[in-house]
Design a protein around this ligand. Structure first.
Ligand code: GRF
Length: 206
């Protein structure tokens, strides 16, 4: 029997792109199977992640968001993703709130990673929020995207300790290391077809 066609991932990023690189590396190394990255899109022209994507030979597109109405920008992004026939949309440091129109164009097919143990500390500077709150543990969350910011069914989380000597940079680095394994693992969970959402819970169905 022939192998099923790999699922097509479209990555959206605005910055450094280390999560994109981790996913691309996991696919290249064969630790994440059954999928391929078919396009990398950015709203920021000089995002370092888009330069890396170009250097690695991925199809890239830039749709500058500055000064463009949200709905219009999102419609351009959605059209690109549709043109690349993506199965899953992977937000990897994409620093934009998505419009309902975009979210509805890819129902249950948009994933995001956030550097906190949601529902704690949504929004910007999640790691600093954890430090300032004084939590003893922090971490990252990969979740499906719904219309609320940093909300939606949680696929998986990774936990790290918060150490007494931590500043924002040290804690962020410890979390980021976990992000880089969490995202490929979460994509594998979704692609496996072995998990289902029951309300807010994402459960293994065997
Ligand atoms: C990560 O911390 C991610 O959790 C958050 O934005 C950051 C993106 O980092 N959503 P990178 O661009 O993937 O290196």
């Amino acid at each position: 029997m022939s192998e099923p066609k790999p699922k097509r991932l479209g990555v959206l990023l605005s910055g450094r792109g280390s999560n994109f690189i981790a996913i691309a590396d996991a696919i290249a190394a064969g630790s994440l199977t059954g999928c391929e990255i078919v396009c990398v899109l950015s709203n920021i022209a000089d995002a370092p992640g888009i330069t890396t994507a170009q250097q690695r030979g991925f199809a890239t597109e830039i749709h500058v968001s500055k000064g463009v109405p949200r709905e219009e920008h999102d419609a351009r992004m959605a059209a690109s993703l549709k043109a690349h026939a993506v199965d899953l949309v992977i937000l990897a440091g994409y620093m934009r709130v998505l419009s309902p129109g975009f979210i509805n164009a890819f129902p249950d097919r948009i994933l995001n990673i956030h550097p906190s143990l949601l529902p704690a500390f949504p929004g910007l500077h999640a790691q600093l929020q954890a430090l300032n709150y004084g939590t003893k543990f922090a971490g990252c969350t990969v979740h499906f995207v719904d219309e609320a910011v940093d909300h939606g069914v949680i696929i998986l989380q990774k936990v790290v300790p918060v150490l007494d000597g931590d500043d924002e940079a040290a804690l962020s680095a410890r979390i980021l290391e976990q992000e880089h394994t969490a995202y490929p693992e979460a994509i594998a969970h979704v692609l496996s077809g072995e998990y289902r959402a029951h309300g807010q819970r994402y459960l293994h169905i065997g």
